[in-house]
Write a protein that binds this ligand. Structure first.
Ligand code: NOJ
Length: 573
């Protein structure tokens, strides 16, 4: 993890984990991203500067000091590009323009500059699998009709059946329904997501050329990296063969599909990596790659491809010691051979927040509409966070989790905007619950989100969860995150390396040791996933550094400690 510096893109890191000497030349690699904590900003819901109820870039800029104070290394911004917002900005009409609802390119420049001034790197979202149906290419492809060269940049096909009335193959959209829509002239086009998100044809050279140019555009703007949306989807199996299976969504993440995780995607990323490496400042790619196994995920982060890939297998694990240990081991084991850091993530804008997931019994999936025991959910979520932040590698935090925000599980149907909610006739698509604008102040309109309302209604209880309400309050979730991230800076052992040393522990408890890379203290992390206090052996020298529950010093000093139910404790040893 890098210490904060004036310009992360240029300045040498003084990180204790990487500083071989004080005279590191500006471009010497620091590997800052290997143990970075990266904060996801969802621009619609972070901060609203113009009282229109929708977050924007100026709002983000004004709240960057919160992220500096929190102690993260980088900010990942979900899309803010010109878009009709059919999928909250993941339908891009112009990859080089900012949507007026978020501001202007000047505002984007100001965010990047100010973030750098505060020592924060900036990662932007790139959406290469599909464009918006309002993208210039697609509009022209439609207008020009069958035979238009622009149609070759997407997947247009004749239909099956006597009159072409059936879709060209049996693929289903991730958002429900067929993955094909028929246009007025009779041809069909492919969209793995909403009909407003036509898939681009990555076999067409113009598509690759365009995205390499888009990469350079944002790199020239000074961004420090890209999160690649649907990184596993760009290349489709030749001939677009039928899948031959029903309930295809159940296969996602379990099998290689003809539209996901095809080996050809890796050629794209090798070409992109060459571009990125032309730029100074160790810029990075992180892949949103849903693959069947962590081993296949590792293929995306080979040394000449991307830097990181989200660990969705970890996100999908329940608060269960056996399950967690298994995925931790498999993640570290799969990344070690390719030399990439493991990543850890508990929440994002597509899944029910972990505070709510852990309030419920296991097996409900990643989009949930109930919170059975909210207090238990928060207690476990805090413990899960300290466990995550003690693991080697890089961690992702989703805006609002530092406040312990739950999902809003009772949003009325009429305010929902998730496209899959409509495609699936209200049976699915509950991502709005984790996208409700976050509270900054105890009172005031939209709890300081903006001077007006908020595009999704906030619960009345959220003033008490605001940044203002929690700041300086010992034991608050916000202060726990701040303390944990401060500790990662002071004690690089917490994020360093590529392995953990497991210690013997009672059933339901995870205990492991983390060694410093040189001088410094070692750590022991104990996570008790059970609903009862447990007595665990810890080295006699152990001192409590941080706990996820309100327990004060829990060290007993006799080589044992009592770790309360659903609690994680960090010890220095
Ligand atoms: C993944 C994004 O995280 C999600 O929000 C979006 O709907 C799909 N990709 C399609 O772009």
């Amino acid at each position: 993890m890098s210490q904060h510096t004036a310009d992360p893109a240029q300045a040498p890191s003084t990180s204790a984990s990487t500083s071989a000497s004080a005279s590191v030349p500006a471009d010497a690699p620091t590997g800052w991203w290997r143990d970075a904590v990266i904060y996801q900003v969802y621009p619609r819901s972070f901060a609203d500067s113009n009282a229109d109820g929708m977050g924007d870039l100026e709002g983000i800029r004004s709240r960057l000091p919160h992220l500096r104070d929190l102690g993260v290394d980088a900010v990942w911004l979900s899309p803010f590009y010109a878009s009709p917002q059919a999928d909250a900005g993941y339908d891009v009409a112009d990859y080089r323009a900012v949507d007026p609802m978020f501001g202007s390119l000047l505002d984007a420049d100001a965010v990047i500059r100010d973030a750098h001034g505060l020592g924060l790197r900036v990662i932007v979202d790139l959406v290469p699998n599909h464009s918006s149906d309002q993208h210039e290419w697609f509009k022209r492809a439609l207008a020009e009709g069958p035979g238009s060269p622009l149609r070759e940049r997407y997947h247009f096909r004749a239909g099956k059946g006597a009159d072409g009335e059936l879709p060209p193959n049996d693929w289903e959209s991730i958002f429900g329904g067929p993955a094909w829509t028929r246009v007025a002239d009779g041809e069909w086009y492919l969209h793995l997501f909403a009909p407003e998100q036509p898939d681009l044809n990555w076999d067409h050279p113009a598509v690759g050329d365009e995205f390499r140019s888009i990469l350079r555009f944002w790199l020239d703007m000074g961004v420090d990296g890209f999160r690649i949306d649907v990184a596993h989807g760009l290349v489709k199996a030749a001939g677009l063969p039928d899948l031959g299976a029903h309930e295809q969504l159940k296969l996602l993440g379990n099998d290689v599909m003809p539209f996901f995780d095809q080996d050809g995607v890796h050629d794209v990323y090798r070409a992109w990596r060459l571009i990125l490496d032309e730029y100074a400042g160790e810029r990075i790619f992180v892949a949103e790659a849903w693959t069947p196994t962590v081993e296949r995920t590792a293929l995306y982060v080979r040394p000449d491809e991307l830097h990181q890939a989200f660990n969705f297998q970890y996100l999908g694990a329940y608060w269960d010691a056996v399950e967690l240990r298994d995925i931790i081991d498999r993640s570290l084991d799969s990344m070690r051979p390719v030399g990439a850091p493991a990543t850890w993530v508990l929440s994002n804008h597509d899944v029910t927040r972990h505070t709510t997931r852990y309030a419920n019994p296991p097996g409900l999936g990643t989009q949930q509409r109930v919170a059975a025991d909210p207090a238990l959910g928060l207690r476990r979520a805090r413990a899960a966070t300290l466990l995550m932040l003690a693991l080697p590698g890089s961690a992702y935090i989703y805006q609002g989790e530092e406040l312990g925000l739950p999902d809003v599980v009772d949003l009325p149907d009429e305010v929902r905007q998730d496209p899959s909610f409509f495609r699936a006739a209200g049976q699915d698509g509950f991502r709005d619950g984790c996208r409700v604008p976050i509270p900054w102040t105890v009172d005031g309109p939209s709890y300081g989100f903006g001077a007006g309302g908020s595009w999704l209604p906030q619960p009345a209880s959220w003033g008490a969860l605001s940044v203002e309400a929690q700041t300086g309050v010992p034991g608050s979730t916000l202060e726990m995150y701040r303390s944990a991230l401060a500790a990662r800076r002071v004690h690089p052992a917490l994020g360093a390396g590529d392995r953990v040393a497991w210690l013997p522990a009672p059933e339901g408890v995870l205990a492991f040791r983390r060694e410093p890379r040189g001088d410094g203290e070692a750590f022991v992390c104990v996570a008790n996933t059970t609903g009862a206090d447990v007595r665990v052996r810890v080295p006699a020298s152990a001192r409590t550094l941080l706990t996820s529950s309100a327990a004060d010093d829990i060290q007993h000093g006799d080589g044992h400690a009592v770790v309360p139910a659903d609690t994680t404790v960090w010890f220095t040893v």
